[in-house]
Write a protein that binds this ligand. Sequence first.
Ligand SMILES: *[C@@H]1O[C@H](CO)[C@@H](O)[C@H](O)[C@H]1NC(C)=O
Ligand SMILES: *[C@@H]1O[C@H](CO)[C@@H](O)[C@H](O)[C@H]1NC(C)=O
Length: 360
Amino acid sequence: MANLVTSLCCVVLAAVVVAYAQRRSQLVARNQYERMGSDVTMQCGSLDNDASVSWKVNGTDVKAQHRLEGPRLVLNEVDLGHNGLYSCFQNPHGERRDTIYLHIGIPPRDPTVTCRSNTYPKGFYCSWHQLHPTYIPTTFEVDVQHNQRSLEVQKDPDHKNRCRVRFPEVFSSYPYKVNVTAVNALGKASTTISFEESSIVKPDPPERVTATPIRFNARRLEVSWQSPATWPDIDNFPLKYFLRYRPLIREQWQHVELSDSTSHTITDAYAGKEYIIQVAAKDTEIGTWSDWSVAVHATPWIEDPLPITSTTEVDFPTETKTSPIPSSNAPQKAEPPVGRAARLLTFFSPLLLGMLLLFM
Ligand SMILES: *[C@@H]1O[C@H](CO)[C@@H](O)[C@H](O)[C@H]1NC(C)=O
Ligand SMILES: *[C@@H]1O[C@H](CO)[C@@H](O)[C@H](O)[C@H]1NC(C)=O
């Protein structure tokens, strides 16, 4: 008896679940992805060809050019304006039979792929992007081959569209082959690049670059920096450096290449001129130069304030004894002399006033 009740319960429950699932499938929207510019046919559930239905989009009548073919709605040359939630209702009672979310998009094109090692010899990363929008969700698959072996690819936690790979060995002469495939509901496209270990090595720029004036020396600046923190083994894989500097008022850079040193003294600075200084790094043997470090500004030490001889080209003492990094970090031209003259004028205006009064 108890068994019968249990079975009955099960049957009833199953019927309820099936009915619910059926109803739900009519209410929950399913996705339909279509290519931009194509003609699109939406089918109302599994209704027969002679069924008569009416359609709504976003709850209102379909205004775009369309055709009705029994349970089907045909839209011509769709574009993004056709995106929307389409529902169909069976006549004559107007029961909802289907709900379709129409997404218009385009298939992916070959992604652009670049790989770089800023953590040599630990590993490298690859990043990719699409030059054209697809308007629908697109994912990427990455495959890395080396010496006929597939390497483990890790998603980068901090960057979208980037992955990391460990070098399986150092000083390998086999090329690496990276295949990135863009996939969406309308198609897929892949790009494969191939490179040697040594060609993708590019460190991050040097860090904590400082430039300080040297006391009693009007033409020197002491520049120092640290190797990039991302470079894992500076002792066995030393870096060399490239320093560039120029006074703000000139366009031309001066360059110094340094191996294995993280400081340099500029000895030919123009007295009293503010300088802009940057450093780049490179593995001593392979790869390419890093990007330039963040620019620092410094002015060589300046002797006692100059006597005021003219109102245009005078450097004002409070201004010249700047700290290595001036208040404004943005690279900019030297302050126009007019500004300084004006400030001098304000400073001495009581004096001027006195003189004026004297003459009157
Ligand atoms: C339907 O609504 C969506 C979201 O608000 C909108 O982007 C789309 O253009 C609408 N579609 C139509 C055909 O009105
Ligand atoms: C790249 O990967 C895709 C997807 O796995 C594959 O279809 C394609 O043939 C691969 N291309 C090359 C050149 O290996």
